[in-house]
Design a protein. Sequence first.
Length: 379
Amino acid sequence: MREKGMTTIALKKINRDKVYQYIYQQKETSKLQIVQDLQMGLSTVSQNLNELEADGLISRNGYFESTGGRKAQIIRIVDDFRISIGVGILKDMFHMVAVNLYGDAIATETVELPYENSDDYYNVLSENIERFITEQNYATEKIEGISIATQGIISPDGTSVTYGDIMGNTQMQLSDFSKRLPYPCHLEHDSKAAADLELWNHPQFDSALIFLLNPNLGGAIITNHEVHQGSHMRSGLIEHICIDPDGPECYCGSHGCLETYCSANALKEAAGMPVKEFFQILHNSPTPTLVQIWQDYLSHLAFAIRNLNLVIDSPVIISGYLAPYFREEDMQELLKQINTGSLFQMTEDQLLVGNHGQYTPAVGAALYYVKNFLTPVGA
């Protein structure tokens, strides 16, 4: 009897998950549609809908247009039933985002705060996260977790930063956040988070190359529908590919790394002005000097894409801080330069631009808890 009872409970849980996942995927549906598509009995579907609604997971508001009979009620998930908070930590600031169950960034904020490995820093950061949550009027039980994306290689067990020369955060620990915040916490590399976001936005891609054009360059590789991190969590570190041994010195101590040509900081240094100002002039009253700087930037980026695409034959996604500044004509020029002198031609549909800009790592990090919530138990 005990075994039979447990089996019945498990079956009810499976059916409940199926109904919820179906509604989630459809975004809007009706009771009859669920019955037909899941091939469940009407009473089973009705019972699950009643339970899901009572638990606050779904809502039934409004009606579909009549097709001749009684209007069907519109059923949706409650997309803010749980909220995931993403934090993207940079050298001089950090970004915060609130993400709903569809992965939409529904609130964002940037706080200027130079990083330092100190109690004061982690206290201020944690206080700002809690303030951000309070100001958005999110109840504590709504918060699924806090996921932190930072520049630096994360240990395989996710508890610490093992290499962080850009920010000097090699000693950063997951516990620096978890002991100060009353929520589950997660730590990951910002490039990994960016790749997770692009994979979420492009689920049809089995493989892809991600160029994270942030103040410091980052990269990631997607293979077999997962972010490839490698044996020592170092896959995708395209920023340290050397393209000129006699080039500028990189923060890593080597010369001519892609970081020194294709990061937002490299563009800022070449232009002698902030990136935002550079593009304002470039797009409104361009000078020959600025046009050449941009052409040189695109040329180096095209060189990297062309060569890396020979290693991973896949779509390429331009992501991060600089992505919103890329216009259609820039993408056409980039594609042209990629294909010039290339044995294999890349097509327009293989070169894409991300749409979350500077908040990309924070949004991508927040998806960690969204996916955890949406994954059925035992899946």
